[in-house]
Write a protein that binds this ligand. Structure first.
Ligand SMILES: [Zn+2]
Length: 207
């Protein structure tokens, strides 16, 4: 595998990346315990995007890990990403991105959330905040009790935890580092790498 793009997503921000079919998006939670959001659009038709709800139903799960897929909002649905590596073990498919409204009403802080950060990163493609789909919540743990209640659990990913998602079509993805803070951890950054298999033709020409 070779690294074709590498970038840091700083704390409380988001970055977008063009990803070709077959390439792998590797997200590293550098310091650990840092939740974030992952959304994906089909490169040549932004009406086609990753559907959190469809991915939940097709997997019959509220969390996903290595071996599971993410599906589009189309009918019939198509696989847009397959998770091919995961050192953490579970990523949430229930929660919306945090947003300025949620941060103000639930946490009493006035700043942009993942929704606004993702929209800013996707602005070059004309995506508006209300068009940002519900995400795959990376390194984020939501428990569901027997009565249907949801509870956010303390993030538990260890430093250097990573997830690898293989694109099944040409895509644009956006990845945020969540803006929600807690007293017992610093908001931290992700490293994102876009990996691809070294193809046979380049091996030949390099001889
Ligand atoms: Zn967030």
């Amino acid at each position: 595998m070779i690294v074709s793009q590498s970038a840091i997503v700083p704390p409380m921000s988001a970055r977008a990346f063009s990803v070709g079919a077959g390439q792998i998006v590797r997200v590293v939670d550098i310091d650990g315990r840092q939740p974030g959001d992952f959304v994906a659009f089909k490169a040549d038709d932004f009406e086609v995007r990753m559907s959190q709800a469809r991915s939940r139903v097709e997997n019959q799960r509220v969390t996903v890990t290595q071996g599971h897929s993410l599906w589009t909002n189309t009918f019939p649905p198509e696989i847009i990403f397959t998770i091919v590596g995961d050192t953490h073990g579970a990523h949430d498919l229930l929660y919306t991105p945090c947003c300025r409204y949620a941060l103000e009403t639930r946490f009493g802080v006035s700043r942009d959330g993942c929704l606004e950060q993702l929209a800013k990163a996707l602005e070059p493609w004309g995506v508006k905040p209300h068009e940002v789909p519900d995400p795959l919540n990376l390194f984020f743990d939501v428990a569901v009790d027997g009565a249907g209640g949801m509870e956010i659990r303390r993030p538990a990913s260890v430093p250097g935890s990573s997830i690898e998602l293989k694109a099944e079509m040409n895509c644009v993805v956006a990845i945020s580092t969540c803006s929600v803070s807690s007293a017992d951890r610093e908001n931290s950054a992700y490293q994102v790498e876009i990996l691809e298999l070294q193809c046979a033709s380049s091996a030949v020409t390099s001889q």
